[in-house]
Write a protein that binds this ligand. Sequence first.
Ligand SMILES: O=C[C@H](O)COP(=O)(O)O
Length: 256
Amino acid sequence: MARKFFVGGNFKMNPATRAEKVKLVETLAAADLDPNVDVVIAPPALYVIPTAELLKAKGNSFVKVAAQNCYIKSSGAFTGETSPAQLADAEIPYVILGHSERRTLFHETSAFVAQKTKAAIDTGLSVILCIGETLAEREAGTTLAVVEEQLNAVVPLLSAEEWSKIVIAYEPVWAIGTGKVATAAQAQEVHAAIRNFLSKAVSPSVAENTRIIYGGSVSEKAAPELASQPDIDGFLVGGASLKPEFIAIVNVLRKS
Ligand SMILES: O=C[C@H](O)COP(=O)(O)O
């Protein structure tokens, strides 16, 4: 079965005001989006529920909402955290975990990201699991070792069935927010290696069915060639998800 194209918009800590957020979500809710694509937007925590409510109020059940992070516990004395159970209760279906900004700025280890992934999956959420190497790691020739280490932390914690709730986002750190998008060949090479890894570490069927999306300075211009690669199943878009350009990226495969 063909893997369904998946485009996520990671707003990160943007936009700065509720008014801008409303405008952004209203534009997306009214847009003509390819129905053959899974579209998920991840606003900051403060806006997660209002975004879901706004989409509902606009009659849009197509665009789904993701949180950008969650903790490993259901509730308790964990100041500043959001639990997977709270997200599930709020009917937020997705969570982004392991983004490089969290790994780097907030010192999240692969083991911790894996624990979060397990907690989210156990709660019924779907996970956009981010992995990727830094420029130094790429230049040292360790790209595949890095992404395999990040995935290896998750593999023992999930059953083969649970992989159906995971979308892997390969995001080379050197391409994030830099305007320096990976070439289609560079991205395809790593995506194919990740699929090969999944085949050996989990199963050929999980490898075949798991969506592996690319993130890192995705733009309307770069999207078509990246999307034409056999192992690139969509995008996780940062900066461009805050612009009308996001609609063109979602619609990249649409035949007019
Ligand atoms: O989660 C999204 C990625 O970090 C990509 O961000 P960017 O498109 O701004 O480079």
